[in-house]
Design a protein around this ligand. Structure first.
Ligand code: HMG
Ligand code: MG
Length: 297
């Protein structure tokens, strides 16, 4: 059985843009966010309070927060790798944040410059402060279906870190196929194993489409009961620390698939596709998303 409705978490403005080489004007980012909200997205990851030396594209985080539309019911989570990022995010007005860990030691080092255990220690004070201030914290877990440096990752290793993040107070664990190498039965097994430790209702799928498997993988885990899906408009993005990682699965491809199966998303597909074309014109890059290409401008 499929869920009757799916929550889409739009990560394009963060995961999509963090990897772009050129400078992107803050106003372009804000217009993108505004268009996404107008298209019906209710959770839009707006930016990341990470080190500007590590990810220069997110250096304008404070200006992005200051320019966000004030729309009731719309949530704008941001990434925070440590207490410094958390404090800056809250000072800038964030009411919802996300910490990010990895299921692979090597990826943890490349991405956040510390071991998995050290990263969890760094998140403790973030979770404690967040709880005090009534701020929701999402927990991302990278490399759940494979690592660019270590290859295969055991589902049990994923489940172990997912459980730690959840016990620490993360309200939802987003399972990332960072390199997009997963296939449907592997995705199914991974989610089944994690679901023994964390309730399915509190899991999200964050799949990248590098190998063209993302929709198939999503279908496999939706059938298990996953009802939150992260995606990126136009399939923008990748990860600076996962070589060859193309974008997250395109939001319009996910919405097209879900609507075709009678699953509600609250998203206006036409407006979303228009937004995908708009941002691609701004970035001057070819459209990867097949749904956006097929539906045209
Ligand atoms: P570090 O260099 O080990 O940190 O970086 P440090 O604590 O030693 O500090 C070094 C300097 O950075 C200091 O400044 C700190 O103040 C500063 P200095 O004294 O040298 O002038 N600093 C900060 N500045 C701004 N904001 C902060 C911050 N923290 C320290 N929050 C750190 C460690 C975690 C900061 C760094 O590695 C980092 O920022 N990494 C970010 C990596 C990133 O953004 N990756 C992409 C997002 S994750 C992703 O895409 C995966 C996901 O989509 C899921 C999936 O697909 O799998 C979520
Ligand atoms: Mg990602």
């Amino acid at each position: 059985p499929l869920p009757h409705a799916v929550n889409i978490v739009e990560v394009g403005p963060r995961d999509g843009l963090q990897n772009e080489p050129g400078n992107i004007d803050t106003n372009v980012k804000l217009e993108l966010i505004g268009r996404l909200v107008d298209a019906g997205l209710r959770q839009v990851e707006a930016t990341a309070f990470v080190s500007p030396r590590w990810v220069p594209q997110m250096a304008d985080h404070t200006q992005v927060m200051a320019g966000l539309p004030n729309r009731p019911g719309v949530r704008f989570p941001v990434l925070t790798p440590n207490l410094k990022g958390f404090e800056n995010a809250v000072a800038a007005g964030a009411r919802e944040v996300a910490v990010f860990a990895a299921a692979s030691e090597a990826f943890s080092r490349k991405n956040i410059n510390c071991s998995i255990a050290e990263s969890l220690e760094r998140f403790e004070p973030v979770l404690a402060q967040a709880q005090e201030q009534g701020i929701l914290v999402r927990g991302y877990l990278s490399c759940t279906l494979g690592c660019p440096y270590e290859g295969d990752i055991a589902p049990e290793a994923v489940a172990r870190v997912a459980r730690r993040l959840y016990d620490m107070g993360c309200c939802q664990i987003s399972l990332g196929d960072t390199v997009g190498t997963g296939t449907p039965l592997k995705a199914q097994r991974m989610v089944e194993t994690v679901a023994e430790q964390v309730p399915l209702a509190d899991l999200a799928a964050h799949f990248h489409d590098t190998y063209g498997q993302a929709l198939a993988n999503l279908f496999a885990v939706l059938k298990l009961g996953i009802s939150t899906v992260d995606c990126s408009v136009g399939g923008l993005g990748g990860c600076p620390y996962a070589r060859g990682a193309s974008g997250n699965v395109a939001t319009e491809e996910v919405v097209y698939m879900l609507h075709g199966m009678g699953v509600e998303t609250g998203v206006d597909l036409r407006a979303l596709v228009d937004t995908a074309h708009w941002i691609h014109r701004q970035l001057d890059r070819p459209m990867q998303s097949r749904v956006a290409r097929a539906m045209g401008e």
